[in-house]
Write a protein that binds this ligand. Structure first.
Ligand code: NDP
Length: 505
């Protein structure tokens, strides 16, 4: 590990509000008798603000505002070109304020500023992309029965409860919000209690760009209080959730009780398969990026690295050498590659897996402890272990930190079978220059996305989501349209056809 020195640090300074309220019907809304939750900077563990939790009454006010904007406001009724202009305006204002948003996000998440700059561009692109999607939506017509014209239009579904996690707040919350509102819906957004800073500013800026009040309301607070009040509110029509699998199950059952549809983007334990037929330099870079990007806290991490036995020992050694060389440090320092983890409980959970791995008979190749040289902050060494089997807990459970689990295999069949032996199925990575091997993996691996010889290329037009416990539904051009709109079929007779003769005698 190298500690990034202060020389590369160019920390911008922006004001951090002392208290983060909710944002309802176009303005800040502070719950009067609310509970305050400290907001910390994981690089120092200092409290940098407080979040005032929204209680059930405030959640109710937020949902009513969204309902009113849906039933009576301009948003669902405006021409798509007008709505598109507002979304482009949001893109522009977010880009124009990227330095402030980047500062707030880095202060609150511990993700490196360089990484956050990419998230901010992703956030802006999310608004741009869905503005383009809505301008291309078309309906269906059916004239096969020559007596009738039947056409299908799509209409917004109503009010969405949108819930986002802490690991990439701006990029993921913006995706939840825009997939919902672009089609004319309104929503209430609940970000993670750990990372409210940047999201509050994002919502404020969206209103400065001309978003009508009530289209996006923000409620801040804990999942168990604010989140449950939101999901179970009777005026919610659909739920969009990005977060952990266990929370996803609770949300799905709450939504199911009220027959509300839910889209769930959940966790992963994705296989990153390195065949001997791969370009091993690229595969090594890809394996490191796949697990250590975003401080290791990403749903799509390649956290189970499967290496063909003939190259396994050397590959693991080279991986460990590179991991040892990763610069852990101040997330504002441009030289830093991995910053602190998001909050103390999470760091302790990640570190506990080093003990679990040892107890399971795994070999620790590198790391497995807090990073030395810091008198404060939630810094962890990049870690890799070689597990004795895919049944080990470190091969089955999502750790969600800079923690790679290596396994080895002999044949393509075995690699695919290990990859599929998981409750998750979000993504898979395949490294090989042998076409039949690649094609077999692409066909037989049960995951929502297969990346071949490349890490993490997110094509917004294509569906993204998981098989099995990695989720229900997909984000993407067509999938979001289908989830966030209702299809309406209208049939009109083209001739004077009889409609029955009840009561004519
Ligand atoms: P959690 O599931 O703990 O929380 C996600 C969100 O749900 C937070 O806002 C949380 O609030 C809220 N929440 C918690 N309990 C409830 C409840 N009962 N009702 C309503 N809302 C609730 O996930 P994390 O924030 O820890 O995020 C990490 C997880 O997210 C990982 O498993 C990761 O894989 C997954 N993820 C999936 C992605 C995908 O696209 N598939 C992308 C990114 C992350 P609070 O935090 O305030 O408790």
């Amino acid at each position: 590990m190298k500690t990034a020195d202060a020389a590369g640090t160019s920390r911008p300074e922006f004001a951090i509000p002392a208290r983060i309220p909710s944002f309802i019907h176009g303005q800040a809304a502070l719950c009067e008798a609310g509970y305050d939750i400290p907001v910390i900077n994981p690089a120092t563990e200092e409290t940098i603000s407080h979040l005032r939790e929204a209680d059930a009454a405030q959640v109710d006010a937020a949902v009513r505002s969204a309902r009113d904007a849906f039933e009576h406001g301009p948003w669902p009724r405006m021409d798509v070109d007008q709505r598109k202009d507002v979304l482009y305006g949001i893109r522009d204002i977010l880009r124009a304020n990227s330095a402030e948003l980047g500062y707030l996000e880095t202060m609150n998440t511990g993700l490196t500023l360089a990484n956050i700059e990419r998230h901010i561009e992703r956030m802006a692109k999310n608004f741009e992309f869905f503005a383009e999607v809505i301008s291309t939506v078309s309906g269906e017509t059916y004239t096969q029965d020559s007596r009738y014209l039947t056409y299908v239009t799509r209409q917004p579904k109503g009010v969405g409860a949108m819930i986002a996690p802490w690991n990439a707040p701006l990029a993921l919350a913006s995706m939840r919000v825009v997939t919902c509102i672009a089609f004319g819906n309104t929503c209430v957004l609940k970000p993670s209690e750990y990372t409210p800073l940047s999201i509050y500013r994002m919502v404020e800026l969206m209103h400065e760009a001309g978003l009508p009040p009530g289209v996006v309301n923000l409620v801040n607070g804990r999942g168990a209080v604010t989140g449950t009040s939101l999901v179970s509110h009777p005026e919610i029509d659909m739920v969009g959730f990005t977060g952990g699998t266990e929370t996803g199950k609770a949300i799905m059952s709450a939504a199911g009780k009220a027959l509300k549809p839910a889209i769930l983007e959940l966790g992963g334990k994705s296989a990153n398969i390195i065949f001997a037929s791969a370009d091993l330099e690229r595969a090594l870079d890809g394996a490191l990026t796949g697990i250590f990007a975003n401080n290791g806290q990403q749903c799509l991490a390649g956290s189970r690295i499967l290496v063909q036995k003939t190259i396994a020992e050397e590959f693991m050694q080279r991986f460990a050498e590179r991991a040892r060389n990763i610069r852990v440090g101040d997330p504002f320092d441009s030289a830093t590659e991995i910053g602190p983890l998001c909050y103390r409980g999470h760091m302790e959970r990640v570190l506990s897996y080093a003990e679990i791995a040892r107890a399971d008979g795994a070999r620790v190749l590198v790391g497995g402890e807090r990073a030395p040289g810091f008198d404060r902050g939630l810094y962890v060494l990049p870690t890799a272990v070689h597990a004795p089997s895919n049944r080990s807990r470190v091969a089955q459970e999502e750790i969600f930190g800079p923690f790679a689990t290596f396994l080895s295999f002999d044949t393509t069949d075995e690699a695919i079978s290990i990859a599929n032996d998981s409750n998750f199925g979000l993504v898979a990575y395949v490294w090989s220059d042998d076409l039949p091997t690649v094609m077999r993996c692409s066909r037989d691996i049960r995951a929502g996305t297969v990346w071949v010889n490349t890490p993490m290329m997110r094509e917004l037009r294509a569906p993204f989501g998981g098989f099995k416990e990695s989720g229900i539904g997909r984000d993407g051009m067509n999938d979001s349209l289908h989830f966030f709109t209702e299809a309406k079929t209208t049939t009109i007779p083209l001739t004077d056809i009889p409609v029955g003769s009840f009561g004519r005698g």
